[in-house]
Design a protein around this ligand. Structure first.
Ligand code: PLP
Length: 380
């Protein structure tokens, strides 16, 4: 399909997504490997990603919002779906009607769910989130200890979980402290499955004190090809490829200021290609070059083409002087994300993390899904 001559073309490899899940799953075979598909599956498309992952064998999904749970429910009719951001006031009925599970993260949410279960006799599943060292969501350890050792929960939780704050830095001692505290708290609910590990926790698998896998792991970003352990070799397959269309090229002499602010000036006779994408498409302004400080690269063939000058909202200039003209002319495509320069490389060039690059991926790209069958989906 030619989609209105889009300026960018995003190819999403659902086969690589499935392979990444299989690799993560196999790291700790006795622990279920769920999939986190919040934020439109980290920008790659929730419906398509959830469908492909369910096909690969994922039984449990985590989203952040109820609206995302609807999409996930349509894509994976038989899966368990948890909503990480919990229970907004008055939402119990909606959760129950959709058959999706809130992750209850405060005493107020627990009280509301308990009241709903006792009033309706509903046998709906829910998870309980305990905070073990992040001060974000979840019961305090003291609250959890008191609640779990009493008979006061009022329903049978389907999962008890916590979230790791520092696992992307495997040498930090906090991860073992969180693991030990979580192990103690969950031991008060011995028949409830427990879950602690995100992507970095799944990849490091254990601390000096013990296993991080428990009964279920919850990787997100690594499924989508980003390496959550900076400094360790990447083991995930790239899932996204982004190419940008060349609108025009121009030859300019040395000493030509390029783009807004004239922030970068050519130092040699230069051939510039102007690409039809910009910061409105998630190519962050921080990826540009200014006053000789280099930014990110596109690739034409395998030739690196440095971004030149500031990134505009809808346009980027790249220096294609060293690339063959046959591959860098009007209506050719320059690869912005792919095997040569991936999500984590762009993140590094922008002073951010792969998570932000993925979730900022633009909405006006032509999107193509390859590598696994997928059917058009209807929302629940
Ligand atoms: C986002 C999130 C995850 C997944 O984290 P990744 O680092 O992307 O693997 C797991 N659990 C919770 C509670 C989250 O918010």
């Amino acid at each position: 399909m030619i989609s209105d001559f889009a300026g960018g073309r995003l190819t999403i490899d659902l086969g690589a997504l499935q392979d990444n899940w299989r690799v993560l799953s196999a790291i700790s075979p006795s622990s279920e490997c769920a999939a986190v598909v919040k934020a439109d599956a980290y920008g790659v498309g929730l419906a398509e990603a959830a469908q492909a992952l369910a096909q690969a064998g994922v039984k449990t999904f985590f989203v952040a919002h109820l609206s995302e749970a609807r999409t996930a429910r349509a894509a994976a009719p038989d899966a368990a779906i948890y909503v990480l951001n919990g229970l907004p006031p008055g939402a119990c009925d909606t959760y129950a009607a959709l058959g999706v599970r809130p992750v209850l993260g405060s005493m107020a949410e627990l009280a509301e769910w308990r009241a709903f279960v006792s009033a309706t006799g509903a046998d709906e599943a829910a998870a309980i989130h305990v905070d073990t060292g992040m001060a974000r969501l979840g019961l305090d350890p003291e609250e959890a200890r008191a609640l779990f050792s009493s008979d006061g929960i009022g329903f049978r939780p389907a999962l008890v979980m916590s979230h790791l704050a520092c696992a992307d830095e495997p040498d930090r001692p906090e991860t073992e402290r969180q693991r030990a505290l979580f192990a103690e708290l969950r031991s008060l609910l011995p028949n409830t499955p427990a879950s602690l590990a995100n992507s970095p926790g799944t990849l490091i698998a254990r601390t000096s004190g013990g296993d991080l896998g428990f009964e279920m792991r919850r990787p997100g970003v690594s499924l989508y090809g980003s390496n959550p352990l900076p400094g360790r070799p990447a083991t995930m397959k790239p899932v996204v490829k982004l190419e940008a269309r060349i609108i025009q090229t121009r030859h300019v002499p040395a000493g030509t200021p390029v783009g807004y602010g004239g922030a970068e000036t050519t130092r040699r006779p230069t051939r510039l290609a102007i690409l039809s994408l910009g910061y409105a498409d998630g190519v962050f302004r921080a990826a540009g070059s200014e006053h000789g400080a280099p930014g990110a690269f596109g690739f034409a063939g395998s030739v690196p083409c440095p971004f030149f000058g500031r990134i505009s909202m809808d346009l980027v200039a790249v220096d294609v002087t060293d690339a063959p003209e046959s591959a860098t002319s009007r209506d050719d495509w320059v690869e912005i994300l792919g095997d040569d320069f991936g999500v984590d490389d762009l993140a590094r060039a922008c002073g951010t993390i792969g998570y932000e690059v993925l979730t900022a991926l633009g909405r006006r790209y032509e999107r193509r899904y390859v590598g696994a069958g997928h059917a058009p989906l209807k929302e629940a």
